[in-house]
Design a protein around this ligand. Structure first.
Ligand code: T46
Length: 137
């Protein structure tokens, strides 16, 4: 399972820093939605789903959290702890988020509006879906 991290340039000077997210530049898809996770809890895991088509870029704009990404063959964990780093999540990937720091704000850019029918929230169904996609390749 390949982890795709996108470096986000910090424009800094003695007043502080600024990071710009721009479609087609550091965001490799059309930005149709932004959401952010707040008031997460260090001991509460979330996610537990895959998306059939959605492309996303996740940035811990404050604090840190860990993603588990699983493509049905192998899984990898990656810690997001720097606002100048985006995690690109695309293709059929099961994700779980955990180990949120108390102050974590996790922002996610997505290429489509919210659509519950794009979610696969059952792990066995995810594996079946992943395998059937491979048979069709
Ligand atoms: C993902 C990970 C990283 C909406 O109404 N609109 C939205 O745009 C989103 C994302 C969610 N919701 C509702 C649906 C649920 O009632 O907000 C509630 C919490 O969503 P969910 O349980 O899916 O949250 P997470 O943290 O498990 O997953 C979210 C995203 O849903 C998902 O796309 O990849 O963050």
């Amino acid at each position: 399972m390949e982890i795709k991290l996108v470096p986000l340039q910090v424009h800094g000077d003695d007043r502080g820093g600024l990071i710009a997210l721009e479609e087609g530049k550091n965001v490799p898809f059309e930005m149709r939605r932004v959401y952010y996770l707040i008031e997460t809890k260090p001991d509460v895991r979330r996610g537990f789903h895959a998306h059939k088509a959605l492309r996303q870029l996740a940035v811990a704009v404050r604090g840190s959290c860990t993603f588990l990404l699983d493509d049905g063959h192998s899984s990898q964990e990656v810690k997001l702890e720097n606002p100048s780093q985006g995690l690109l999540i695309e293709g059929l990937v099961w994700r779980e988020m955990f180990d949120f720091s108390e102050d974590c704000v996790l922002m996610v850019l997505a290429d489509a509006l919210y659509d519950e029918s794009d979610y696969i929230r059952n792990y066995d169904e995810f594996l079946n879906f992943a395998n059937s996609k491979e048979v069709r390749k």
